[in-house]
Design a binder for this molecule. Structure first.
Ligand code: URA
Length: 211
């Protein structure tokens, strides 16, 4: 994707937003350094939104670089979605932690944390205005599609999303990694099929909801 006026304008606005977020430092951010902002192509036609950074993301300052991220990036590549043409981000921009057996572990964001971060995600999407959004897991689907989203019933379907986008939700890759045996095979196959459906819709043609 070539740089152009849209790319330059969005890149600047995203830089400004990142600075604004660092100053706001909402929970669970312990310091502005812990902020993991979205990354990728600012003129992307697809934004991929996860839940919250984990340890590797917090250490590197980049979203989806740990095991779940590797699965996501590999499956996107298999589906024919070029990584340099997407924007990857999270609802919550700081790693939520809990101490378990004396060790710092990841935990799911609280409802309050998710609701405090949601307006920032909306600002981010307002700048990006991607025609397509992929929501990973229930938290992102609940924010981007509707409250109480049910992955078992509603995954893999297109819904109207913010700023006239079309949003599809699939399993969070961490969930996919946790599934083993026959259930694991089914979940992995559905995850691949959902990303293939996104790839099909990314091809030139009508993108916004409804098709
Ligand atoms: N899980 C997420 O939801 N986001 C990340 O960036 C990494 C793991």
């Amino acid at each position: 994707m070539k740089a152009g006026p849209d790319f330059d304008r969005k890149t600047k606005l995203l830089d400004d937003l990142r600075r604004e977020m660092k100053e706001a430092s909402l929970p669970p951010c312990e310091s502005p350094q812990g902020l993991v902002f979205g990354e990728g192509q600012s003129a992307a036609r697809l934004a991929i939104i996860g839940e919250a950074p984990g340890q590797q993301e917090a250490e590197s300052g980049r979203p989806f670089v740990g095991r779940a991220g590797q699965l996501l990036r590999r499956t996107l590549a298999e589906a024919g979605i070029p990584l340099d043409q997407v924007w990857i981000s999270n609802v919550v921009k700081c790693r939520p932690t809990a101490v378990q057996a004396g060790r710092v572990a990841n935990r799911a964001p609280t409802t309050l944390e998710a609701s405090l971060w949601t307006p920032w995600l909306i600002k981010e999407l307002d700048i990006l205005r991607p025609p397509l959004v992929l929501a990973l897991g229930n938290l992102a689907a609940g924010v981007l599609i509707h409250k109480g989203f049910k992955m078992t019933e509603e995954r893999g379907r297109w819904f109207p999303g913010p700023f006239a986008s079309a949003v599809l939700a699939t399993y969070h890759p961490s969930y996919v990694l946790r599934q083993t045996g026959p259930q694991g095979a089914i979940v992995r196959q559905r995850f691949r099929a959902d990303l293939a459906a996104v790839a099909a819709r990314l091809k030139p043609g009508p993108e916004r909801y409804p098709a």
